[in-house]
Design a binder for this molecule. Structure first.
Ligand code: FAD
Length: 401
C-alpha cells in the first residue's frame, strides 16, 4: 500500500510540536516538514535578541535535531502558496509537493494597520532576522552620537504596549547601562517612549499587577503615551494624536510592535480569512477542506466565554498541534474527531530577566516569583517542541549550562 503523504508547513511552536506528535504515532506515512530556515526559534524570546540580552543561538536550535529521518524529510524552503483543490504546495525552490493531509502552521507577520510610513521606516520584530536588525540598527545610532551629538539618535520609540513591547522594554532597560558605557553616551539624554492607542495598559491583568509592571518600566526611564494612536511614521519621527491634536516625537529607532496578523500565505492560497487567520472547524480544519489543519497564529478559535477568538499565543499553538495530530489520526482510522477545546493556563509578561507579572492558574504573581514561573513555562514549552535534550542545552535556568 502506498504511504500516505503528510506535509507540515512551518517549524515554529505549532509545526514542530505536530511533527513530534506524528513521529510518535509511527503511521504508514511519509512526513515532510517545510520551513524557510534550517533552525527553529522560540518566537516568545525574540525581544531578548532585539534588545541584545541574548544572541540568536540562545533562542534557536537546529530543526534536524528533532527530525526522525526514517519517517520525515525536512525541506528548507519558502512556502509560496497552497493549491488546496489540487492538494499541492508551491515552494520557492523545490516547486510543487503534494499531500493527503496538510498541517498549516506558518505563524505571524507584522501588522501595519495601513499606517503611512510603517512599512518603510519602522522596525518589526517577527523573526530572528528582524530582531537582529533592531539590535544592529540601535547600535549604529548609538555609535554615531559622539561625532554628531544628534539627540534623535538616543531616542527610541516603541509603538504599541502589548506583551511584545513591554517585554522588549523590560530587557532593553536592563541592557541600557551597558550600552551607555559601551558608547560613552549621556545617560540623561536617552529617551525611551512607548506609544499606545488604547486607553489602558496591559488590560489582561488585574490593575494591581499592570500598575506594578508599568511602574517598574517608568522607574527605569520609560515614558508612556496612552490613548494616543499613531498616525504616521517617517525616517526619524513618529506622529500621533493626543486629544485630537497631532503631535510628534523625534526618534532614529522606531520599533513596531503594535500587533500581528497570520501569514500572508493564508490569504494568498484563497482561504477565507480575517487578518491572516482562518476561523477553523471544531477539528481545526479549514472550512470545506477536511484534510487541511490550520493551527497557531494562522487560525482563529472562538472562546465561548466571551464570543471572541482566543488571543494568538504559543500556548494555544502547542495545544492545537496535539489536537490536530489526534484528529488527523482519527480521520485516517475512520474514527470520530474530538472537537478542540482550550483552557488558558494564564500568562506571564517579563519585565527583564528577573522581574515579571502574571496570572497562572488563577493566581496573580509579580516580581521574582513571576519571573521564575515564566522560566518554568518557557522550558516546558521548549521540551514540547525540542525535547528534553534541547531544553537542557537552551533552557532558561543557568544551572543546566
Ligand atoms: P511560529 O512560532 O511563528 O512559527 C512559524 C514558523 O513558520 C517559523 O519557523 C517561520 O520561520 C516559518 N515560516 C513562516 N512563513 C514561512 C514561509 N512562507 N515558508 C516557510 N516557512 C515559513 N505567546 C505565549 O504563549 N506566551 C508568551 O509569553 C509570548 N510572548 C511573546 C513575545 C514575543 C516577543 C513575541 C513576538 C510573541 C510572543 N508570543 C507569546 C506569541 C507566540 O510567539 C506566537 O503566538 C507563536 O509563535 C505562534 O506559533 P506558530 O506555531 O503559529 O508560529
Amino acid at each position: 500500500m502506498d504511504k500516505m503523504k503528510i506535509v507540515i508547513l512551518g517549524a515554529g511552536y505549532g509545526g514542530l510540536r505536530a511533527l513530534k506528535g506524528l513521529q510518535k504515532k509511527h503511521l504508514n506515512a511519509e512526513i515532510t516538514l517545510v520551513n524557510k530556515n534550517e533552525y527553529h526559534y522560540e518566537a516568545t524570546y525574540l525581544h531578548e535578541v532585539a534588545s541584545g540580552a541574548n544572541p540568536p543561538e540562545r533562542i534557536s536550535f537546529a530543526i534536524k535535531d528533532v527530525v526522525d529521518t526514517k519517517q520525515t524529510t525536512f525541506i528548507q524552503d519558502t512556502v509560496i502558496k497552497v493549491n488546496k483543490d489540487d492538494k499541492t504546495v508551491e515552494l520557492d525552490k523545490t516547486g510543487l509537493i503534494s499531500y493527503d493531509y496538510l498541517i498549516f502552521a506558518l505563524g505571524f507577520e507584522s501588522e501595519s494597520f495601513g499606517i503611512t510610513g510603517v512599512d518603510e521606516y519602522a522596525l518589526p520584530m517577527v523573526d530572528i532576522n528582524t530582531a537582529v536588525a533592531i539590535k544592529e540598527h540601535m547600535h549604529r545610532q548609538f555609535a554615531q552620537y559622539e561625532a554628531t551629538k544628534d539627540d534623535a539618535l538616543l531616542s527610541i520609540v516603541v509603538c504599541g504596549a502589548g506583551f511584545t513591547s513591554i517585554e522588549y522594554l523590560g530587557e532593553l532597560t536592563q541592557q541600557m547601562p551597558k550600552l551607555i558605557k559601551q558608547y560613552n553616551l549621556p545617560a540623561d539624554k536617552i529617551q525611551l517612549t512607548c506609544i499606545e492607542a488604547m486607553p489602558t495598559l496591559l488590560p489582561m491583568f488585574v490593575e494591581k499587577l499592570s500598575t506594578y509592571g508599568i511602574q517598574k518600566l517608568k522607574d527605569r526611564g520609560v515614558k508612556f503615551l496612552v490613548g494616543t494612536p499613531i498616525k504616521e511614521v517617517t525616517a526619524d519621527t513618529v506622529i500621533y494624536e493626543e486629544n485630537e491634536e497631532r503631535k510628534s516625537i523625534k526618534a532614529k529607532t522606531i520599533v513596531w510592535t503594535t500587533g500581528v496578523k497570520g501569514s500572508s500565505v493564508v490569504g494568498g492560497s484563497g482561504f477565507e480569512e480575517r487578518r491572516g487567520r482562518v476561523m477553523v472547524e471544531a477539528d481545526l480544519t479549514a472550512p470545506g477542506y477536511p484534510e487541511v489543519f490550520i493551527i497557531g497564529d494562522c487560525s482563529a478559535v472562538m472562546n465561548p466565554e466571551n464570543n471572541r477568538p482566543y488571543p494568538t499565543t504559543a500556548q494555544i499553538a502547542l495545544k492545537q498541534a496535539d489536537a490536530a495530530v489526534a484528529n488527523l489520526v482519527a480521520k485516517v482510522n475512520n474514527q470520530p474527531i474530538v472537537p478542540f477545546t482550550f483552557k488558558s493556563q494564564g500568562s506571564v509578561c517579563s519585565i527583564g530577566n528577573n522581574e515579571a507579572i502574571g496570572e497562572v492558574l488563577g493566581a496573580n504573581l509579580k516580581g521574582y516569583p513571576a519571573s521564575m514561573m515564566k522560566k518554568v513555562i518557557e522550558d516546558r514549552s521548549l521540551s514540547q517542541t525540542g525535547g528534553l535534550k534541547i531544553m537542557f542545552s537552551k533552557g532558561r535556568f543557568d544551572l543546566y549550562h
